[in-house]
Design a protein around this ligand. Structure first.
Ligand SMILES: Cc1cc2nc3c(=O)[nH]c(=O)nc-3n(C[C@H](O)[C@H](O)[C@H](O)COP(=O)(O)O)c2cc1C
Length: 272
């Protein structure tokens, strides 16, 4: 239904683009990218996938980055992990026994700029790799939204979300999602569908539009006139009217704007 409305509105906007000189059909509102996709992942020999050039979780992180526009950050250990799967099992066991905090080579320079952080990792022995504990303890995640994601070969999330909530008590840690490593490695389209479904069902676009915007009665009239293709000299080009963040101005945006306006009576309020 929404798609049909959007198509109708896209058509109306084409008319508008002829009416308003220089008016873009696609809304050009500037979005501040406040999304980070951080992950630890290991290449080499692994369970179910043989010897791989790029880790399963890293492939999943790349899909998330493509779908959200988030910046990628790969957590790189100072001491590289072994290529051999058997050796890796031994090292991971030792790290757990030692409650180790393996050192990380790289840092996120502009960490404060990010409000929404996807945190990705493989499951190792029913838990996060110990390097993830180091990562989560190295930054102040207070006030940020954390979205855990992981790859595994049967354990799912294995209780790691509870662990992250304990490590980051002042963050909004969402339930997140997991994908089988072999799916991320060999069936990118299925992995992408899982990511897209998660983003849709969790209304992801609302998470990243946290800047406050004021809408006035005039804005409502302007958007309404725009959608009705009424001629005007007004330049609406950079107006924040794409409230549902789907790339076009539509009646849905108008409904959301009216809702925002009526709930705030024109005062400052959070954009949907
Ligand atoms: C040391 C080690 C321990 C693992 N333990 C588990 C486990 O407990 N449960 C599970 O489902 N998968 C386990 N796996 C499989 C990985 O979670 C899976 O292969 C994952 O996709 C690897 O991601 P990566 O390629 O990003 O490192 C383990 C793999 C390794 C290397």
């Amino acid at each position: 239904m929404k798609k049909i409305f959007s198509l109708i509105c896209a058509g109306m906007m084409s008319v508008c683009s002829m009416t308003f000189s220089g008016q873009a059909v696609i809304a050009e509102t500037e979005e501040k990218n406040n999304v980070l996709v951080a992950c630890f992942s290991r290449n080499g020999e692994n369970y179910n996938v043989g010897v791989i050039e790029k880790g399963n979780t890293e492939l999943l992180a790349e899909i998330i980055s493509e779908e959200t526009g988030g910046e990628l950050f790969n957590i790189v250990p100072v001491v590289p992990y072994p290529e051999s799967y058997d050796e890796m099992l031994t090292v991971a066991t030792q790290e757990r026994t030692d409650n180790a905090r393996p050192a990380i080579q790289n840092t996120i320079e502009n960490f404060d700029d990010y409000d929404v952080i996807f945190v990705g990792y493989p499951i190792w022995w029913g838990d996060m790799p110990m390097i993830m504990y180091n990562f989560l303890e190295s930054y102040d995640f207070s006030g940020k939204t954390i979205i855990p994601f992981n790859t595994h070969e049967g354990s799912g999330q294995a209780g790691t979300v509870v662990e992250i909530r304990e490590l980051c008590p002042d963050s909004n840690v969402l339930d997140g999602f997991s994908v089988r490593g072999s799916v991320a490695q060999n069936d990118g389209e299925s992995a992408r569908t899982i990511v897209q479904n998660w983003l849709d069902s969790n209304n992801f676009s609302s998470l990243i539009q946290s800047e406050s915007v004021t809408y006035t009665v005039q804005d409502i009239h302007d958007l309404q006139d725009f959608l009705l293709a009424k001629p005007t000299e007004k330049d609406l080009k950079n107006k924040p009217y794409d409230l549902d963040n789907d790339g076009v101005w539509s009646v849905f945006d108008l409904c959301l704007m009216k809702r925002v306006f009526s709930s705030s009576a024109g005062s400052r309020c959070d954009k949907f």
